[in-house]
Design a protein around this ligand. Structure first.
Ligand code: BEZ
Length: 247
């Protein structure tokens, strides 16, 4: 299970919202329009939509993150992206770095479509095909040595652009643009911090007493692949960015 702690997020994951600026740009938020932010986290990026003059509602499945977003003055609510209770209320839906956590992408797209007014925009970015492949491969090897099937613990959905375009169209969207691209991502702290922040479902599948050893082995295996000569870590992120409209 994945738990979001606002303090840990601020220390080890701030880059997620910092790198979300191009998605806001693609949304091109307009003053007065009603925007739903799906998976707002602590609201750092949602604030940009508010600053642009939008009337924003934000949802996140983590009560702690919703609390943090509310402290910024955002109208944030606890909700699962696959079960949104909105009916054609928004001119736009925005989402950054969230849709790869949703294992039922069709349920999320159907709920988002229902939240949008006809013609409303959906602009989003999330992890795409090949994202953190080296980390997933290393988990496969490190956990297999312990008789644990890493695939069964994988919490992420990283589709190709073609697959996701088909899903968007099947769920009543017209796709304006969709692009898969590598975005090597410098990590603000050690790889083990990233693993403990973002890869909790894998670690939860390991007996508690063995988790430190798993983290150390992951670090050792990935050092030749992801650590940089000047120090620091560069994770092999791949992004899928798209703009679509409710038909
Ligand atoms: C992200 O939040 O963008 C992310 C999380 C886990 C794996 C890859 C990307």
């Amino acid at each position: 299970m994945q738990v979001w702690d606002p303090d840990r997020y601020a220390t080890h994951a701030r880059f997620v919202s910092d790198l979300g600026a191009p998605v806001v740009e693609l949304l091109d938020p307009r003053p007065g329009e009603r925007v739903l932010d799906v998976g707002c986290g602590d609201g750092a990026l949602t604030e940009k939509l508010v600053e642009a003059g939008c009337r924003v509602v934000a949802v996140d499945s983590s009560p702690d993150q919703v609390r943090a977003a509310r402290q910024r003055g955002i109208d944030a609510r606890v909700a699962d992206a696959t079960a949104l209770a909105f009916d054609a209320e928004f001119e736009a839906v925005f989402s950054n770095a969230v849709l790869h956590w949703i294992r039922d992408p069709d349920a999320a797209l159907a709920a988002i479509r229902d939240a949008l007014a006809p013609g409303g925009r959906l602009v989003a970015e999330f992890g795409g095909h090949g994202c953190v492949a080296s980390i997933r491969t290393a988990f496969g090897e490190v956990l297999a040595r312990r008789g644990i099937d890493a695939d069964a613990l994988n919490p992420w959905y990283f589709p190709t652009a073609e697959e996701y375009r088909d899903r968007l169209e099947a769920n009543g969207f017209k796709v304006d643009s969709i692009r898969l691209f590598p975005r090597p991502t410098p990590l603000p702290s050690d790889l083990t911090d990233w693993l403990q922040t973002f890869a909790q479902p894998y670690l939860a599948g390991v007996p508690k007493g063995d988790r430190r050893a798993v983290l150390n082995e992951m670090r050792q295996r990935l050092e030749p692949v992801l650590s940089t000569p000047v120090g620091g870590w560069l994770a092999d992120y791949v992004r899928l960015r798209f703009a679509a409209r409710r038909d």
